[in-house]
Design a protein around this ligand. Structure first.
Ligand SMILES: CC(=O)N[C@H]1[C@@H](OP(=O)(O)OP(=O)(O)OC[C@H]2O[C@@H](n3ccc(=O)[nH]c3=O)[C@H](O)[C@@H]2O)O[C@H](CO)[C@@H](O)[C@@H]1O[C@H](C)C(=O)N[C@@H](C)C(=O)N[C@H](CCC(=O)O)C(=O)O
Ligand SMILES: Nc1ncnc2c1ncn2[C@@H]1O[C@H](COP(=O)(O)OP(=O)(O)OP(=O)(O)O)[C@@H](O)[C@H]1O
Length: 508
C-alpha cells in the first residue's frame, strides 16, 4: 500500500483534526508506526505517548521516515502533520491506509471486567468448529493471551493493541481470507481510540465491577465504566448480560447508540432476559444446563466448571446464533471447551488434596471464584493463595482483601507480578483489607516465594480433618513473573500443582 502524504493530510483535515501542514505533501508513505525502532524508508512516524522523547523522532528521521504526525511541532527538517489529537488521528490514518480491512469478515468484540478471554476462547472454538464443518479456515482472534491473525500466531502484548498494530493485524486477517475475527476490547482501548473507525457486527458486554483504577489506568470507576460503555458506539448487534451491575445504565447506553440496531440480553437465572438458563448440574469437569429462548429449549454441556462460565458460554452462544451457527455445532464446541489457567480443578487420587487454579485477580473474579468453589466443594473450607500485581490496579488489593475476609476461610498471601513494588507491602495492604472486614480472619505470614506459599497451603490442608479446597488465584497458566519491568521465567501455577499432585500420588 502506498499513499501520498497530501492524501493523508486531506483525510485528517476533513475529520477536523489537522492543525497545520505538511509544507510539501508529495512524499509517498509506505508504512505507519509510532516506534522509532520500526521505521524504514517511507514510514510515516507518529509521535505519541507520555514517555515520548524528541530523540525518537530524530532516530525515525535517520531511519528514513518521510514525515511525522504530532500534536506539537518539533522544528526538525521533516514534513510535519500537526494534529489536535494524535490518538484520534492514528486509527483514521490506519483505516485509510489499510482500506477498512474489518469489512471483509464477521467481527465480534467483547468487553467486561471479567470473562473476556474465556468468552473469546469459547466463541473462537465454536466458529472453528463451524468453519471445519463447511471447509472454511481457522478463525482469527485477538485476546489478552494470544493473537492469531492468519499471518502471525503470537503471545499478545496488550488485550487490544494500539490502533496502528491493530489495523495491520486486521489487514492480515483479510489477506488470509478468514471469515471470522473475535476480539477482546479493553477499557483502555475504548478510552484511547484504539478501535475508532471500526464497525463490529456484534458487540458483547459481560459485566462491570471496580477494576483497572490506578495511576497508569483509569483515575476512577466512572472513567472506567464510561470507557467500557463506548463499545456500543462501534457495534450493530449488542449482547448484554442481564445480571450485570449497572444494568439500566448499560442498556440505556446501548439504546442511545446510533449504531446499535438490536439488543439481546441473557441471564443465567432470570427468565426476564431473552436467553436464560435453568436446570444447572455441575461437577469438576463442567456443567450441563438448559438454555431457553422464546419457545426454544436446548440442553448445553460446557466443559468448564464455575457457574460464572455460563455467562461466558451464553455470550458466545448468542453471538454464534447471530451468525447462523447451529446448536449442534455450538454444543460440540462447548462440550470440551477450556480456557487455560481458568477454573482448573485438581484432585489427588485419594481425594485428600484439592485445588483450583484460576486467573481471578480482582473483586468480581475473586467473588465468583470463591462462590464457585463453595458450590463445587460443599462442606469444605475454602483457602485462598494470592498476591496482587504491582504498579497497576492498586484498588484490587483493598477489593480482593475484603472479598477474602468475607467469603474465604484462610488466606496465604504471596507474590504476584509485583514489578517495581515490594510484594510484602502489597500483601500487607491485602491483609489490612481482610482484617477490616473480619478481625478474626486467618491470614498466614507473607511467603515471598509463590511456589512455597502454594505448597504450604496444600500441606497445611492435609493436616485437617475437614476437607479443604485451596484456590490458587491470580496467575493461572502464566509461565512468567513480571519483576522490575522484565518477564522472568516461572513454572506456571497449573504445572506446579500438577507436579505436586503427581508427587503426592506417587508417595501414597
Ligand atoms: C508505559 C505506559 O504506561 N504506556 C501506556 C501509554 O503508552 P504511551 O502511548 O504513553 O507510550 P509510552 O509507553 O509512554 O511510550 C512513548 C512512545 O515512544 C515510542 N518509543 C519508545 C522507545 C523508542 O526507542 N522509540 C520510540 O519511538 C513508543 O513506541 C511510544 O509510542 O498509553 C497507552 C494508552 O493506550 C497504554 O496502552 C500504555 O500502557 C502500557 C503499554 C500498558 O500496559 N497498558 C495497559 C494498562 C493496557 O492498555 N491494558 C489494557 C487492558 C486493561 C483494560 O481492560 O483496560 C489492554 O488493552 O491491554
Ligand atoms: N463472566 C464472568 N464473571 C465473573 N468472573 C469471571 C467471569 N469469567 C471469568 N471470570 C473470572 O475472571 C478470571 C479471568 O477470566 P478471563 O481471563 O476470561 O477474564 P478477562 O476479562 O479476560 O480478564 P483480564 O482483563 O484480567 O484479562 C477467571 O479466572 C475467573 O475467576
Amino acid at each position: 500500500m502506498t499513499f501520498k502524504l497530501s492524501d493523508i493530510a486531506d483525510k485528517l483535515s476533513k475529520r477536523g483534526l489537522l492543525v497545520t501542514g505538511p509544507d510539501n505533501g508529495n512524499a509517498t508513505v509506505t508504512s505507519l508506526t509510532y516506534d522509532s525502532r520500526e521505521v524504514s524508508a517511507g514510514t510515516l512516524f507518529f509521535c505519541k505517548g507520555a514517555h515520548f522523547r524528541v530523540d525518537y523522532l530524530k532516530a525515525a528521521q535517520v531511519s528514513g521516515a518521510v514525515a511525522y504526525v504530532s500534536e506539537r511541532d518539533y522544528g526538525i527538517d521533516l514534513p510535519a502533520l500537526i494534529v489536535k489529537d494524535v490518538r484520534q488521528a492514528m486509527p483514521i490514518v490506519a483505516n485509510y491506509f489499510y482500506d477498512q480491512p474489518w469489512q471483509a469478515y464477521k467481527l465480534a468484540g467483547i468487553t467486561g471486567t471479567k470473562g473476556k478471554t474465556t468468552t473469546t476462547t469459547f466463541l473462537k472454538k465454536i466458529l472453528d468448529c463451524y468453519e471445519k464443518s463447511v471447509g472454511g479456515k481457522e478463525t482469527a482472534y485477538f485476546s489478552s493471551t494470544l493473537t492469531y491473525d492468519g499471518v502471525d500466531r503470537k503471545p499478545s502484548a496488550l488485550t487490544t493493541p494500539e490502533s496502528l498494530p491493530l489495523f495491520e493485524q486486521l489487514d492480515h486477517v483479510r489477506q488470509s481470507g478468514i471469515d471470522f475475527l473475535t476480539m477482546e476490547v479493553s477499557s483502555q482501548a475504548l478510552k484511547y481510540h484504539r478501535v475508532d473507525e471500526m464497525s463490529f457486527d456484534v458487540v458483547g458486554f459481560l459485566n462491570i465491577s471496580t477494576d483497572h483504577i490506578g495511576s497508569s489506568e483509569h483515575p476512577n470507576f466512572e472513567d472506567y465504566f464510561q470507557s467500557k460503555l463506548r463499545l456500543f458506539d462501534y457495534g450493530r448487534l449488542a449482547v448484554i448480560n442481564w445480571n450485570t451491575d449497572y444494568r439500566d445504565q448499560v442498556l440505556a447506553a446501548a439504546e442511545a447508540s446510533s449504531s446499535i440496531e438490536e439488543i439481546i440480553t441473557f441471564s443465567r437465572d432470570d427468565s426476564a432476559a431473552d436467553y436464560w438458563v435453568d436446570e444447572i448440574r455441575a461437577d469438576d469437569n463442567g456443567q450441563t444446563f438448559k438454555v431457553h429462548h422464546g419457545d426454544e429449549v436446548e440442553e448445553i454441556h460446557l466443559g468448564m466448571p464455575g457457574i460464572f462460565n455460563i455467562d461466558n458460554a451464553l455470550m458466545a452462544l448468542i453471538m454464534a446464533r447471530a451468525y447462523g451457527v447451529s446448536y449442534t455445532i455450538i454444543n460440540q464446541a462447548l462440550s470440551d471447551a477450556k480456557a487455560e489457567g481458568r477454573m482448573e480443578v485438581y484432585r489427588s487420587e485419594d481425594n485428600q488434596v484439592k485445588a483450583i487454579v484460576d486467573y481471578a485477580h480482582n473483586k468480581l473474579s475473586m467473588e465468583q471464584l470463591i462462590e464457585a468453589a463453595h458450590s463445587l466443594f460443599p462442606d469444605h473450607l475454602v483457602w485462598v493463595v494470592t498476591g496482587s500485581a504491582g504498579d497497576k490496579g492498586q484498588s484490587r488489593r483493598q477489593d480482593m482483601g475484603q472479598v477474602i475476609g468475607q467469603a474465604a476461610d484462610k488466606a496465604y498471601l504471596t507474590s504476584d507480578d509485583y514489578n517495581f513494588e515490594d510484594p510484602s507491602a502489597i500483601a500487607s495492604e491485602i491483609a489490612q483489607a481482610i482484617y477490616e472486614v473480619n478481625p478474626d480472619a486467618e491470614v498466614n505470614d507473607f511467603i515471598h516465594d509463590r511456589h512455597a506459599a502454594i505448597s504450604q497451603a496444600l500441606s497445611d490442608a492435609q493436616e485437617l480433618e475437614q476437607g479443604v479446597v485451596v484456590l490458587v488465584a491470580g496467575k493461572g497458566s502464566d509461565a512468567y513473573f513480571l519483576i522490575n519491568g522484565q518477564k522472568e521465567d516461572y513454572q506456571a501455577d497449573t504445572d506446579f500443582i500438577q507436579d505436586y499432585i503427581n508427587h503426592y500420588n506417587s508417595q501414597k
